[in-house]
Design a protein around this ligand. Structure first.
Ligand SMILES: C[S@@+](CC[C@H](N)C(=O)[O-])C[C@H]1O[C@@H](n2cnc3c(N)ncnc32)[C@H](O)[C@@H]1O
Length: 274
């Protein structure tokens, strides 16, 4: 990459790569929504499928167990390593690659289905991500993804974290990334996918995370949700702000805490590339 076309988000992505390395233990909770996304996308045996921002490969492995020929890509080498182990354990072959949703290392029209679960939403430039996701998808084929709506629990968590988090360091003149939660707003999704797709369809579902109390859930997430873990570390010398953050977070958790589980509603979207 020359200086002229250098990625202005290179530093931001390097930080993300480190943050998300903590995520592996959460796979036990994202495994069930992965099955929902794979079914919603209508994955069939023999299809060539890409799982973007695959993390530990929960969607990729689910699709491969249905007989699809799957590739998975993620920014985090630690999660890719875990994804390879997961594929081995499940007895499926998947081509996992370290990479960036904004620069997918696949030729045009490589895939019959492109999927992303709570993943592509973290690419800092939605227009670049959309261009890449649709570039590698064949015409007449499906893109499907799960995202967190801004007005619901996880979307509100993003806003809470953003309120306290220092802005990322970016080259002069480069706009900061929009909130990932905008990917959970159907109007924004329609606008971002634009005229390149047809048959846009939405469906809501729920990810259930068992926990003994809101406090237990908060403590567990402080260790495994990268952006939250980073913020807690940054506030180590500011106990008053850290205490406020924890109080606000636990109040939000309490709103969706029922029968010893946190109920996290998400949005699934699918569309056909024209
Ligand atoms: C919330 S996790 C979801 C992981 C997995 N899809 C799942 O459902 O368990 C978000 C993932 O996005 C990945 N990610 C963040 N920014 C990315 C980027 N620019 N390109 C590719 N992956 C990215 C992270 O490394 C992380 O694995």
């Amino acid at each position: 990459m020359t200086a002229a076309n250098a990625d202005p988000f290179a530093e931001f992505k390097a930080a993300q790569r480190e943050l998300w390395a903590l995520f592996a233990p959460v796979e036990i909770f994202t495994a069930a929504p992965a099955a929902r996304l794979v079914r919603f996308a209508g994955i069939q045996s023999g299809q060539r499928v890409l799982d973007v921002a695959c993390g530990t490969g929960v969607v990729a492995v689910t699709a491969a167990r249905r007989g699809a020929r799957v590739s998975g890509l993620d920014l985090s080498p630690a999660l890719i390593e875990r994804a390879r182990k997961n594929a081995g354990t499940a007895g499926v072959e998947i081509d996992f690659t370290e990479g960036d949703v904004e620069a997918l290392p696949y030729p045009d029209a490589s895939f019959d289905v492109v999927l992303s679960q709570f993943g592509h939403m973290f690419g800092p430039r939605p227009a670049v991500a959309v261009q890449e996701l649709l570039r590698v998808l064949k015409r007449g084929c499906r893109i499907a993804f799960s995202t967190w709506p801004p007005e619901l629990f996880v979307g509100r968590n993003f806003a809470l974290i953003a309120r306290h988090m220092p802005s990322p360091t970016l080259p002069p003149g480069v706009d900061p990334p929009p909130s990932p939660a905008l990917w959970g707003d159907p109007n924004v999704i329609r606008e971002r996918l634009g005229a390149a797709v047809s048959n846009v369809l939405f469906e809501r579902d729920t990810m259930i995370v068992p926990a003994l109390s809101p406090q237990h859930f908060r403590m567990a997430n402080e260790k495994v949700i990268g952006p939250l873990a980073k913020l807690v570390a940054l506030l180590a010398n500011d106990p008053a702000t850290l205490a406020d953050l924890r109080t606000d977070y636990e109040a939000m958790i309490a709103e969706v805490f029922e029968d010893n589980a946190v109920h996290q509603h998400f949005l699934m979207t699918r569309a056909t590339k024209i």
